[in-house]
Each structure stands twice: as structure tokens, then as C-alpha cells.
Ligand binder design. Structure first.
Ligand code: BES
Ligand code: MN
Ligand code: ZN
Length: 500
């Protein structure tokens, strides 16, 4: 789907003409023009509908003969003072959802800033366009049948913005973020027979053309360096484990300490010898959602040429049972030197992260590390699907993540780290064991990761098991199983606080 911006339309010649009303149903000037041009079809429509101008509400009127457009779509903006970026994105997505259902091929948005809005008109256009773009996503590459029912005919959206330069400027960054989100969704949606660790690494390597520097460490190199925990997880799989390092240097000072994102990339989590039951194994292709988010965020930063030095490090493995697989009771020596008693091979994500976190700290001495991982079922029990869990040794970073979450809609909720929980992962024979007790599973997992964080490293861990994919209820901006969760959050955090 093509998105373009124009200052004003000389004449809207075809497709849907999308105009707006605020809460109470008051038509904006463009909507009044559309009403008049249609012989007051909108006014009549308003009389015979429940339209009140509530945010995202839609009223659709077929254009009468004589108008070149196919239809007029009136969209509610709600109370102008309540209008924010997140809300505008939802509205943009709602419009596109309806246009898809209608089989429309083109649309022009003529949505002015309503009186009393805090968001500027250029930003309004850009965020509507961003929401529209997010909704245009589809993952249909494996369908060979009934394609028409899935195909999106909407090929073009023109967004009118009186402040054209401001709209284009605002959208330039958002377009890059959408690219990152689409990449992350694709990676999560791909089946695991296709997206195994080496294929994932290849796809990251292909991002070099965006300006990212990409290195891949294979098993031989990791073995040499001592990645005993990460390699332990991968050893039951016929696929080779990989560690991928992405670097984006967007500041003049290439030596300045980077910020770091670390992702869990378990391309399929069968549980290993501690095998998951059938129902619990479904969807475990998405267990690389953390790695997908890191990759998408790094692509977004590079594409919009963010003024920051950032590294993205993802540990890619497949967790499989087999004659070579690690056993419950095995002891692994991690890259940090700490030994880990593996009591459940299904608690594998923390093993992968342990080595990835050690590597990141040793090599880059970053300003901070944020790791993202579909780490525990327990976080889904605790927070459900609306918040990711955040654990941090730094109040400032945790606060900034919470702010970025509120702004983008990718919300996070903080849970505790505490020496009390640390006791729960004491091993009888090694430095640490990889499971806690029956309770507080998301916390003991975070506490495990903390064992691999040096005292002076500022760190936050995001447990995204409830938000990396969605079954059932879909958000209007997210028309696929893989959500791409995290790309927006990380991008916002960087934009607000870490760009030179
Ligand atoms: N990948 C899973 C966590 C998960 C579960 C993500 C459900 C999304 C939905 C992780 O590797 C795992 O299996 N965790 C175990 C840990 C337990 C064995 C201590 C869990 O949560 O049950
Ligand atoms: Mn597991
Ligand atoms: Zn897992």
C-alpha cells in the first residue's frame, strides 16, 4: 500500500473521500464541503445512524451520481482535547480496516486538526498515516487458495496535510518504524521449518544494506569462546545455533558507549527433553519474538538514521529433544564462568540470554542493556496480554520504559527483583539452577538473568510472552498473529532520551 502526502487536493477524483467529525457530531470544514458536494448525503446519514463522533466511529455514504468519488467516509475523532498520537493511529487503522472490508482501492484522507486539539496538524496527518500503514499488513505468502478473500485491494492512500513539510518530516521516522514492525511481524509469523537459526541470521545479514553492521557467530566460534549455556540449549537440534550482532553507529563519536538490546531467539521451543504438552507447544515458533523485536528496532533506527550508537544482539537456537539434547540434571558452564544446573530443559530462554548478556557487557560496555524475551508462561498468568513485565535494577530506565509504553500503547508493568527470590534459584551442586519453585515464575526467571548482569550495568528485562503474538482478539493496528511488539517501544525510548 502506497502512502503519499499532499498539501491540498485540487479535486478528489476517485476512491473514498475520508473526512471527520468531532465528538457531538460536529463536521469539520472538509466534512461540510463533502456534505454539500454530495447533496447533504452526510447530513441525512447522520440523522438515520448512531454516529456521535466518538473516536474511530465510522459513517459511510455512497457518493451520489455526479461526484467522481465512490463514497464518503465520515470518521469520529472524539473529544479534540483527548486526541493523541496513539488515538490517531487507532483511527487511521480503523479507517483502513473498513476500506479493506469494502474492497476499496484508493482513499484520500482530508482530516483537519479539530479546534482544541493538542496535536499539531502535521503530526495528525503522520500518525493517521502510520496507523493506516500498520493495518495494511498481511502475511499470506503460504496461501495458494482463496487468495481474493485475503488480498487487500487498497493500493493507495493520499493524506492531505496543510502543513506538508511537517507531515512528511514526522512520517519519515514513523515509516521507518513501520518497516521495523513489519519485519518483526514477518519473523514471528514465519513457520519454524523455514525460519531456523541460520535462516534468521541470513535475513538479518540482508539488512546490511540499511546501514547496519551485521556479524554472525556460528557454533564453532561460540564453542571456542565458551558459550556453554546457549550452545547447551541448541545441542539437541539438527540446526546450528547462531549469535547475531547488529551495530548502528549514528553519532559522530563512534567510540561512545552504545545502548544495547538483547533478544531471546528460540526459533522453536519444544521444551526439549522436558517436552511441552501438545497444546502448549503450539505457537512456540513465536519464541523468537524478543529477537524479532530487537531486529525490527535496529532496522528502524538505521532506516531513520537515528543519532545514537546502538547494538542489537540476538541468540538464535532451536530447543529440541534428541539423543544429543541436554538432560534435566546436566550442569552447563556459561560464558560468564558461572555454572548452571539445568533442572528443566524448557526453561531454556534464560540460558540463551545468560550468554548473550555476558557477551554484550564484555564486548560493548553499554550505557544500558534492555533484553526482550518470551520468557515465562507465568508473566501471562500475571499480566495477561495488555502489559509486558519489566524488571530493572534502575528506576530511571524503568520509568522511561513505562513512559514510552504509555505513549506508544506498548505498555509495561514493573515487577520486583529481590534477594528473597534469588534464594529460590540456589542449586544443590552448581552456582545457580534454571528453575525456581512453583510460584512467582516470571520473577525467578528475571532473578536468574540478574546473576549475569554486572553490578555496574544498567539493565532492564522485558518479559514479552503475553504480547509477542495474539490469539483471539485482535487490535485494529495489528492484523496478524505476530504483533511486532517492542519495536515502537524501543524506538520511542531512543527518540525521547538517547539521541544526540
Ligand atoms: N517460551 C516459554 C515461555 C512461554 C510460555 C512463552 C507460554 C509464551 C507462552 C519458555 O521457554 C518456557 O517454557 N518457560 C517455562 C519455564 C518453566 C519450565 C520454569 C514456563 O513458563 O512454563
Ligand atoms: Mn521453554
Ligand atoms: Zn522458550
Amino acid at each position: 500500500m502506497q502512502i503519499s502526502f499532499a498539501a491540498t487536493a485540487a479535486k478528489i477524483q476517485s476512491g473514498s473521500w475520508v473526512v471527520a467529525a468531532s465528538a457531538g457530531g460536529a463536521l469539520t470544514p472538509a466534512a461540510q464541503r463533502a456534505d454539500k458536494a454530495s447533496g447533504f448525503a452526510l447530513s441525512r446519514g447522520l440523522k438515520v445512524s448512531r454516529f456521535t463522533g466518538k473516536s474511530g466511529q465510522l459513517l459511510e455514504v455512497l457518493a451520489p451520481a455526479g461526484l467522481p468519488v465512490s463514497r464518503i467516509l465520515l470518521v469520529g475523532l472524539g473529544k479534540p482535547a483527548d486526541l493523541d498520537e496513539k488515538g490517531l493511529e487507532t483511527i487511521g487503522a480503523q479507517i483502513v480496516a473498513r476500506l479493506h472490508t469494502l474492497g476499496e482501492t484508493a482513499a484520500t484522507f482530508e482530516i483537519e486538526a479539530p479546534k482544541g486539539a493538542k496535536v499539531k496538524s502535521g503530526e495528525i496527518a503522520a500518525h493517521l498515516a502510520f496507523g493506516a500503514r500498520l493495518r495494511s499488513y498481511g502475511f499470506n505468502k503460504y496461501r495458494t487458495q482463496n487468495l481474493d478473500e485475503h488480498k487487500k485491494r487498497l493500493a493507495e492512500i493520499r493524506v492531505l496535510a496543510p502543513d506538508l513539510a511537517a507531515a512528511k518530516r514526522a512520517y519519515a521516522g514513523l515509516g521507518a518504524v513501520a518497516d521495523g514492525i513489519f519485519l518483526a511481524r514477518d519473523l514471528v509469523n514465519e513457520p519454524p521449518n523455514v525460519l531456523h537459526p541460520e535462516e534468521f541470521a541470513r535475513r538479518v545479514k540482508a539488512l546490511s544494506k540499511s546501514g547496519l553492521k551485521v556479524e554472525v557467530l556460528g557454533e564453532a566460534e561460540m564453542k571456542k569462546q565458551g558459550f556453554g549455556a546457549l550452545l547447551g540449549v541448541g545441542q539437541g537440534s539438527s540446526r546450528e545455533s547462531q549469535l547475531v550482532v547488529m551495530q548502528w553507529n549514528g553519532t559522530k563519536n563512534r567510540k561512545a558507549a552504545p545502548i544495547a538490546f538483547v533478544g531471546k531467539g528460540v526459533c522453536f521451543d519444544s521444551g526439549g527433553l522436558s517436552l511441552k504438552p501438545g497444546a502448549g507447544m503450539m505457537g512456540m515458533k513465536g519464541d523468537m519474538g524478543g529477537a524479532a523485536a530487537v531486529t525490527g528496532a535496529m532496522l528502524a533506527l538505521a532506516t531513520r538514521k537515528a543519532k545514537v550508537n546502538a547494538v542489537g544482539i540476538i541468540g538464535l537456537v532451536e530447543n529440541m529433544p534428541g539423543g544429543d539434547a541436554i538432560r534435566p540434571d546436566d550442569v552447563l558452564t556459561s560464558l560468564s564462568g558461572q555454572t548452571i544446573e539445568v533442572l528443566n530443559t524448557d526453561a531454556e530462554g534464560r540460558l540463551v540470554l545468560a550468554d548473550a548478556l555476558t557477551y554484550t557487557q564484555r564486548r560493548f560496555k553499554p550505557k544500558f542493556i534492555i533484553d526482550l524475551a518470551t520468557l515465562t508462561g507465568a508473566i501471562v498468568q500475571t499480566l495477561g496480554f495488555e502489559h509486558a513485565g519489566v524488571f530493572s535494577n534502575d528506576d530511571k530506565l524503568a520509568g522511561r520504559l513505562a513512559d514510552a509504553g504509555r505513549y506508544t500503547g506498548e505498555r509495561v508493568w514493573r515487577l520486583p527483583l529481590d534477594p528473597f527470590y534469588d534464594k529460590m534459584i540456589r542449586s544443590k551442586i552448581a552456582d545457580v539452577k534454571n528453575i525456581g519453585g512453583a510460584n512467582s515464575g516470571a520473577i525467578t526467571a528475571a532473578q536468574f538473568l540478574k546473576r549475569f548482569i554486572q553490578d555496574d550495568t544498567v539493565w532492564a528485562h522485558l518479559d514479552i510472552a503475553g504480547v509477542a503474538w495474539q490469539d483471539g482478539e485482535h487490535k485494529v493496528q495489528i492484523p496478524s498473529w505476530g504483533t511486532g511488539w517492542g519495536v515502537r517501544l524501543l524506538n520511542r525510548l531512543v527518540k525521547e532520551h538517547y539521541e544526540a
